[in-house]
Design a binder for this molecule. Structure first.
Ligand SMILES: [Zn+2]
Ligand SMILES: [Zn+2]
Length: 362
């Protein structure tokens, strides 16, 4: 029974990995938008105007200088380009939903007013939560190993530190069946349980989940919850946007006249496609991480687990959830922890994780 459960979880994992590939489509789309903008501004409009002479030449010259310097500044900040992408998608969506569609509908009165009011309230509250979680995930250190950290020695067994006298192998097995002292040769330090070395960050990260390009940061013990909330609110927001722009999107394929300038229609179209792609891609991530949280596993451990069926950290669904989100219900939906939770839950500091009480006796 245990084995079939593990196989099912693995299939969900594979399915979600495929769905996540949709994320790459978004990057291509945004690069496409950059290309189209470059074509429209430089190659089609102000480039040819350079040959016009007189005042037109002057305007074109100033615009092109400004455009290129902004373009290069944006490209130079390559590390932050994903943050710019996220903010760009938020900007396009905000323009399409608030400024172009439901903002003006507020003045319509009657039922249209009511719908617009509800959509705008939901849109703005989800946006605040989404951006708060996003920047919490970006700017929170995922957790690093304190200098000279040593694992606590089990005094009852009287076990000596197995590192003493050994030649510091990568994995030195100790007496206990599941606890091994692991050593990172790149950082020259002992690894706490569930800690992994990230080659992109160049350091060991506590309970490392994965290095995420969207948050330009490692996702680990201290920011995993914030990352999950970002996924959660992004899914709700993009689903709301997709649903609220659907009537406009369908109108593109009807024969009737659609009000609005070509520019605003194109933005609405783009916002719909981007948000739909995000909603589907994030749904894949979300399902995968729900199954990971339910079994108290990280993405890295899910790959490793194929060879080790017994999992010491699985404490049951409710406790597994609390190990990530804290025990205080008031903090479950915001990217923060109560001080009491941080004090009483060692897992939130990333160095020590409770394991199944019966695990050693098995
Ligand atoms: Zn390391
Ligand atoms: Zn990393």
């Amino acid at each position: 029974m245990h084995r079939s459960g593990a196989t099912m979880a693995w299939n969900v994992f594979k399915f979600c990995t495929a769905l996540r590939a949709l994320g790459s489509i978004m990057i291509l789309l945004v690069l496409g938008v950059v290309g189209v903008t470059y074509y429209a501004v430089v190659l089609n409009t102000y480039g040819p105007a350079l040959y016009a002479g007189g005042f037109d030449f002057l305007v074109a010259f100033v615009v092109l200088i400004l455009f290129h310097s902004l373009f290069c500044t944006a490209l130079r900040a390559l590390g932050s380009i994903m943050i710019l992408l996220v903010l760009g998608v938020v900007g396009v969506t905000y323009y399409a939903v608030v400024l172009n569609t439901y903002g003006p509908a507020l003045y319509a009165g009657g039922f249209d007013f009511l719908v617009a009011f509800v959509v705008l309230i939901l849109f703005h509250s989800l946006l605040v939560m989404l951006l708060w979680s996003y920047f919490a995930a970006v700017f929170t250190d995922p957790g690093s190993v304190p200098p000279n950290w040593r694992p606590a020695i089990d005094e009852e067994i009287g076990e000596a530190n197995p590192l003493v006298g050994s030649d510091l192998n990568n994995d030195v097995p100790s007496d206990s069946s599941h606890q091994r002292i692991r050593y990172c040769r790149k950082c020259n330090q002992v690894k706490p349980p569930r800690c992994h070395h990230c080659s992109l960050c160049g350091r060991c990260v506590l309970k490392m989940d994965h290095h995420c390009v969207w948050v330009v940061n490692c996702v680990g013990a201290l920011n995993y919850k914030y990352f999950l909330l970002f996924l959660f609110y992004t899914f709700l927001e993009t689903t709301l946007v997709t649903a609220s722009l659907l009537p406009l999107f369908l109108a593109f394929f009807s024969d009737g006249e659609i009000p609005g300038s070509p520019g605003s229609l194109a933005t609405t179209f783009l916002a719909f496609v981007l948000d739909l792609a995000f909603a589907l891609s994030v749904l894949g991530f979300l399902i995968m991480h729900i199954s990971l949280v339910a079994s108290n596993t990280t993405t890295i451990e899910a790959y490793e687990k194929k060879t080790t069926p017994k999992w010491p950290y699985d404490l049951g669904r409710r406790k597994n959830f609390e190990q990530v989100f804290g025990m205080d219900k008031r903090y479950w939906f915001i990217p923060a922890y109560s001080e009491e939770d941080i004090r009483r839950m060692p897992a939130l500091q990333g160095l020590d994780y409770p394991s199944k009480p019966d695990f050693n006796s098995q």
